[in-house]
Design a protein. Structure first.
Length: 227
């Protein structure tokens, strides 16, 4: 089940609110790559990419793309003041040394324990696990952005992942097109609902048990307001 660009941007906008000034943040392929377009000017952050960039900015305007400057997915990007370039060995050294405050990754499945499967659907071709396994294990906080349901209408948040794992017990927060769910030591905590969905909708679309926060926030993306 795909999603339109508006929903993708809504999710990226919500994800951007997790970022604080001074952070070094890695962005995965897909929805996470939209996050720089939603960062407040007051937030000073350095976005990291495995292909050797630290200091990515928003997407360039059409016609202003630099063919030699892209993110890890090959899409054109801009840079901010103070950005730096290096080879992949240094890029992965930053990851492995634990310098990343946060990484935003896509997901195929997330379990109730925070296990992440995001690199292969059995039976389909894939270039390899890439840097996702290191990002998932070494970043101080892992946030997953994904559809709540797969293309067959089945839950992607499950009791136990059925796909090969990227890493175990690594996910801290899940942001979907329906809700924001925190992974805690006692299970999954439903904290926010994205309009027009309801708590009942999210429970029905989730393949694992949810604990409901004492005060669930309801976000209207059109107004960018909580209630």
């Amino acid at each position: 089940m795909g999603m339109g660009i508006d929903i993708r941007n809504q999710m990226a906008n919500r994800a951007a609110k997790e970022i604080q000034s001074g952070m070094i943040v890695n962005l995965g392929i897909g929805i996470p790559s939209l996050i720089p377009n939603h960062i407040s000017q007051e937030v000073e952050v350095l976005f990291h990419a495995e292909n050797g960039v630290l200091g990515m900015g928003p997407s360039p305007k059409e016609g202003e793309e630099d063919p030699t400057l892209c993110n890890a997915a090959g899409y054109p990007v801009t840079t901010v003041h103070g950005a730096s370039y290096f080879d992949s060995a240094v890029a992965f050294g930053i990851i492995r040394s634990g310098y990343l405050d946060m990484t935003f990754l896509g997901g195929l499945e997330v379990s109730e324990d925070g296990d992440l499967a995001n690199w292969i659907v059995p039976g389909k071709r894939v270039p390899g696990i890439g840097g996702a396994m290191e990002l998932a294990q070494k970043a101080k906080k892992v946030v997953v952005l994904m559809n709540h349901l797969n293309k067959d209408g089945e839950p992607k948040i499950v009791k136990q992942c059925s796909f090969p794992l990227t890493a175990r017990r690594c996910v801290s927060l899940i942001i979907t097109d329906m809700a924001v769910i925190e992974v805690t030591s006692s299970g999954l905590l439903l904290k926010e609902i994205i309009a027009p969905h309801t708590i009942e909708d999210v429970i029905a679309a989730t393949g694992a048990e949810l604990t409901i926060a004492d005060r669930v926030k309801f976000l209207d993306p059109k107004k960018e307001e909580y209630s």
